[in-house]
Write a protein that binds this ligand. Sequence first.
Ligand SMILES: Cc1cc2nc3c(=O)[nH]c(=O)nc-3n(C[C@H](O)[C@H](O)[C@H](O)COP(=O)(O)OP(=O)(O)OC[C@H]3O[C@@H](n4cnc5c(N)ncnc54)[C@H](O)[C@@H]3O)c2cc1C
Ligand code: FES
Length: 278
Amino acid sequence: MCENIYKPYLMVIDQIVDETADVKTFRLKFKNQEDADKFTFKAGQFGEYSIFGEGESTFCIASAPTRKEYIECTFRKAGRVTNALANAEVGDTVGFRGPYGNTFPIEQWEGKNLLYIAGGIALPPMRCVIWNTIDLREKYKDITIVYGARSVADLVYKHELKEWEERPDIKLITTVDPGGQTPEWKGEIGFVPTVLEKAGLTSANTIAILCGPPVMIKFTMPVLKNMGFEDKDIFTTLENRMKCGFGKCGRCNVGKLFVCKDGPVFTYEEMKVLPAEY
Ligand SMILES: Cc1cc2nc3c(=O)[nH]c(=O)nc-3n(C[C@H](O)[C@H](O)[C@H](O)COP(=O)(O)OP(=O)(O)OC[C@H]3O[C@@H](n4cnc5c(N)ncnc54)[C@H](O)[C@@H]3O)c2cc1C
Ligand code: FES
């Protein structure tokens, strides 16, 4: 009999971290050890996470493939499914289908500097590849992470930001929008493109991975171009609405591309062929 491709794995919520007032991270473990043993994924891929009786939502896999035995997702309460997921508790069972989509080509980046630039809730889609390359640290040269949020309260993964800040082999620059700082805040104050511009970084032998709200992307791209980056060396990941996740329903198409199958990871060179709104 044919395996049902829509049937999710059963996952138990092992840990919940409240990142901000409306963002949570779930650590999920496979209920069936056989599923856990067989499961593999690569940085950049995503899945369909379900809460039974409510529906499915698309989130990237936010943990690194180098960390076995569990997967993590970080989501913001946006609507029906994410609100229901946010009410789930440790020990509850949820569904997961995946992994789907293409991946960040981290093997091709070996020997290069990596510049990660993220804004707000866009750090989760990048966390997987960040940890993946940190776990393979000797393969890469400088790793720089520029991360901005509206306010200190909106920064996600605060515990990990501290860890990255303390590591001598990672350069972390955090920033909050003017007015979003607290008296204790020791990071930068300013928008991500401005902070990036004055960071004194270059494009030499460097790959940039950029993810954030459209306004951040709009003003960061010229900064990257001024730094000398070519479009083929700038990567991003798209978040179009999806249904099936693997190229069957046509929900996510952009021009002739399916974001779920041909993406979600694209270079800016590849994005040039997409319709103007992208
Ligand atoms: C590849 C991919 C990876 C993603 N990764 C993450 C992640 O790691 N964390 C996370 O919080 N979210 C992520 N998203 C977005 C997430 O899928 C939606 O926010 C979520 O599905 C909303 O589900 P819901 O049922 O709670 O909301 P719904 O009731 O479906 O919608 C709530 C509101 O959000 C809008 N909306 C829903 N989905 C999208 C979307 N894709 N783009 C723009 N607006 C949307 C709706 O129009 C509506 O206004 C990702 C999306 C994709 C395609
Ligand atoms: S989500 Fe169904 S084709 Fe992409």
